[in-house]
Design a binder for this molecule. Sequence first.
Ligand code: SF4
Ligand code: SF4
Length: 444
Amino acid sequence: MTTPPPQPYSDPFDGTPVNVPPAFHVMLKPRGAICNLDCAYCYFLSKELLYPGSRFRMANELLENYTRQYIAAQRGPEVTFAWQGGEPTLMGLDFFRRAVALQHKYRRPGLRIHNALQTNATNLDDDWCRFFREHNFLIGVSLDGPQVLHDTYRVDKGGKPTFDRVMAGVELLRRHSVPFNILTTVHAVNAAAPLGVYRFLRDTVGTNFIQFIPIVERDNATGFQEGERVTLRSVTSEQYGAFLIAIFEEWVRHDVGHVFVQIFDVALAAWSGLRPGLCIFEETCGAALALEHNGDVYSCDHYVEPNHRLGNIQDIPLIDMVGSAQQQRFGQAKRDLLPQYCRECAVRFVCNGGCPKDRTLTAPDGEPGLNYLCGGYKAFFTHIDGPMRWMARELRERRPPANIMHYIAAAEAELQRRFARAGRNDPCPCGGGQKFKRCHGRAS
Ligand code: SF4
Ligand code: SF4
């Protein structure tokens, strides 16, 4: 499974041939790093220091310039504007009304335009939700689980908890029928309660789309991706693997086809021979850039730092920066610097060494560049191999992967029947190799 090579393409403004990936997207940060919250693990708040004296507001002319260039650069039938921060709603609703009007102004016939906005949801009101609904915004809400887990790190500038305000925002979204998904970071504290987190999101929040993002936070003074130490807030590799496995075991019995967990979808794509569709598990990266409030473009949202600044859209066409040699080097380094240990790994086809920002370890043979989460990834991807093969086969044969829930239920019911019939000295029906009385028969 390889990433298609960049396609030759002519710059829409000056006709210069450049190489751009078949699809790319840009995280838009119209208020830069400015946020009304002060989440302890946020990697972006420190980016404020890159722009001393700035008002951190994207100007109207810049918004128009970007909208025009971004739409012109798209070769596919649809385009997504991805709004992020900081907290993008701090730009105010009028900014987004202008954004949508500009999208209409530059839209080509037949081009579908989507908007996705990631928010902490504490700023939302009826006006915001009516606007989101009217313009089909897909909203991502940051929520770390039940109250005590969420409030561990997600606090406001005064250090006060935010859970109630987030849930009020979620309720507003629901009342206005705005589609939303939940982004949950997995950190040192909530990692200990996988089922508590998952069932809360599924049953109390009522979401069908969940992304889990592991917190791997470098412990340094710069806020850049450098140094090998990570903070104590970071999830450990073992915790992350165990967290995903516990949730997978629940999901594969009850929720396949009903609740969509991003990393499970990515895995099923990989087991089906498709591309993962998520940059961290692609073989190369470089197709997910970031745009700061002043027009500066960076290689990636996680590399908003001087060495990875590609230029400013007011000086250099966006398409040139996307296709630049610097950006290609950035994306290909993910594959080219992969340690031999990963190249020989049985789950490389789905993992691809993970995100370069998390590659803080040395491999057992001493080669640098191993992912901090390697142990967790390996445990998780190995654990799900059987069910993933099963679901991938169903997909190939045009049957719903959700059939696996019936298969598991039937297999487990049969096992219970065999337990009921087993004698104390019989081999345990679970196949573990011990006598029943020393294995599953121990309690009886
Ligand atoms: S550095 Fe990581 S987050 Fe950024 S594009 Fe590459 S894989 Fe994705
Ligand atoms: S599981 Fe570990 S060794 Fe295997 S590809 Fe991923 S990071 Fe590399």
